[in-house]
Design a protein around this ligand. Structure first.
Ligand code: CUA
Length: 276
């Protein structure tokens, strides 16, 4: 039998081109990131939750380094191996140090990111300060009901059985505060530098209460009241979005959040809203 037919096929040219292709993918990936980040990046920060931006950046840098390192390594390995002639590839036991390095370094990076993420989570979901302003936000297809407490600081009891056209979130008419709670649509006002505690609910499906400038995003889940808090620190008007696909009108489910410069401006604004 002809021994030539058992010789391995020469895959060196294919390997070399594969290495070049991976270098191209690396350049395209880094290039498109640099280009896109120049035009689209995080909206201006308007709260004290900049710690989430720090976490975002830490993950971006860690994964960016890994992306570049892995692509470079694979491309160099392919191109160099193609230049080696028919010498067989090295096996793991010949490069135990390299094997340990590329296993343990990413593992350590992941552990560090996980610890940082726990620290951020614990801060974001910590108990709200005692002086926090209370607001309730209730999602419904496809708007946000914003409820402000009565001057006594209370939110009236609610029950779905009281829901009607004139009472969209079902305030209990036997509760005296139901006369003095203010229920608005898509209009959230908060006070500059005063913590705000938001109780988030939903009347129908899962929505997601998203304040891009404040780095706040929390699902609104039917049957649950989920509390988040933050400190707005940049007066102005910003957008509320729904970040959970919740039906055909999902894209219309947005509102405004206004950061009033001080408590007096907020009180004056609230007094002007008809009591519902
Ligand atoms: Cu509500 Cu999407």
């Amino acid at each position: 039998m002809d021994s030539e037919s058992f010789a391995p096929r020469d895959e060196r040219p294919a390997g070399r081109w594969m290495g070049v292709l991976i270098l191209f993918i690396l350049a395209a990936g880094v290039g498109s990131f640099v280009y896109a980040a120049h035009y689209w990046w995080l909206p201006p920060l308007a709260s004290t939750l900049g710690i989430t931006d720090d976490m975002f950046n830490a993950i971006l840098v860690a994964t960016g380094i890994a992306f570049i390192a892995v692509h470079l390594f694979v491309a160099i390995a392919l191109i160099r191996f193609a230049a080696y002639g028919r010498r067989p590839a090295a096996h793991w036991h010949e490069h135990l140090g390299a094997e340990l390095t590329w296993t343990l370094v990413p593992a350590a990076g992941l552990v560090i990111l996980a610890i940082l993420a726990e620290i951020v989570w614990a801060r974001v979901y910590s108990p709200p300060p005692a002086n926090a302003q209370l607001v309730e936000v209730t999602g419904r297809q496809f708007l946000w009901y914003i409820r402000y407490p009565s001057p006594d600081g209370r939110l009236a009891a609610t029950d779905p059985k009281f829901i009607s056209a004139g009472n969209p979130i079902g305030l209990d008419p036997s509760d005296p505060d139901s006369k003095t709670n203010a229920v608005l649509e898509n209009d959230l006002h908060v006070v500059n530098n005063r913590p705000v505690r938001i109780a988030i609910r939903s009347l129908d499906v899962i929505h997601s209460f998203f304040l891009p400038n404040f780095r706040v995003k929390q699902d609104a889940v039917p049957g649950r009241t989920i509390v988040i808090w933050f400190v707005p620190n940049r007066p102005g008007q910003y957008q509320i979005a729904c970040a959970q696909l919740c039906g055909v009108g999902h894209y219309t489910m947005r509102g405004n959040i206004t950061v009033e410069p001080d408590q007096a401006a907020f009180d004056a604004w609230l007094a002007k809203q008809g009591q519902h």
